[in-house]
Design a protein around this ligand. Structure first.
Ligand code: 3PG
Length: 214
């Protein structure tokens, strides 16, 4: 469990993916790995999510695959039995968090205010998703949360893009960012794997550059 979160921290970026067509899942995973992002969050926003996780897990073992939009224990069970190594949710569902902790599964629940952070602390978590980041105050909110919660680190997600990526990564209370800009639906639909790899490489380079100065 700890190793998964450490690996996500090291990679620094979690692509948020919605799969409509499972035949594209393996190509997509390989494009991300080629771009230096061996990590993928497959959202349970389509019926294909579990199958996509299963396919990627077996065909591209070097990638860390997690499940996103996990808003019930039932979805968490489906995700983990398909091979998901971590669970992400948009909000803080105590039942899902408890289930993940009991089953030794890494969980990154979403919060966007001090109450959510305290809920996370009450469950022993120190890594939380900050969602939806941009419309919840963005950088200013993260800086405000750093004062009372110095031991908590966030994965801002929602509105992160190449233009604001570095500002987020610079924060000392950010362990990774999440986002969909390198895996946009249209790129996947037209199977533009080269663009996905290129956008991923650019993001990785930007993160590495900021972290060297951090
Ligand atoms: C989402 O809700 O789809 C994720 O948080 C990603 O957000 P983004 O599309 O703004 O990157």
């Amino acid at each position: 469990m700890k190793n998964t979160l450490e690996s996500i921290t090291k990679i620094g970026i979690v692509p948020v993916i919605t799969i409509e067509d499972t035949s594209k899942a393996i190509f997509l995973a390989k494009a991300l790995v080629a771009g230096g992002i061996p990590c993928a969050e497959i959202t349970f926003r389509t019926a294909q999510a579990a199958e996509a996780i299963r396919e990627i897990t077996s065909a591209v073992p070097e990638i860390i695959v997690g499940a996103g939009t996990v808003i019930s224990i039932e979805l968490a069970e489906q995700a983990v039995s398909a091979g998901a190594q971590f669970i992400v949710s948009p909000g803080f569902n105590p039942a899902v968090v408890d289930w993940c902790i009991e089953h030794g599964i890494s969980v990154i629940p979403g919060v966007n205010n001090p109450t959510g952070v305290e809920l996370g602390i009450s469950k022993g978590l120190s890594l939380l998703k900050f969602f939806p980041a941009e419309v919840s105050g963005g950088i200013a909110m993260l800086d405000a949360l750093a004062g009372p919660f110095p031991s908590i680190s966030f994965m801002p997600t929602g509105g992160i893009c190449p233009e604001n990526l570095c500002d987020y990564i610079e924060r000392k209370n950010v362990f990774a960012v999440g986002g969909s800009w390198m895996v946009k639906k249209d790129l996947i639909a037209r199977e533009d794997w080269d663009s996905i790899t290129k956008i991923s490489q650019e993001a990785v380079l930007a993160i590495q550059t900021v972290r060297q100065k951090k």
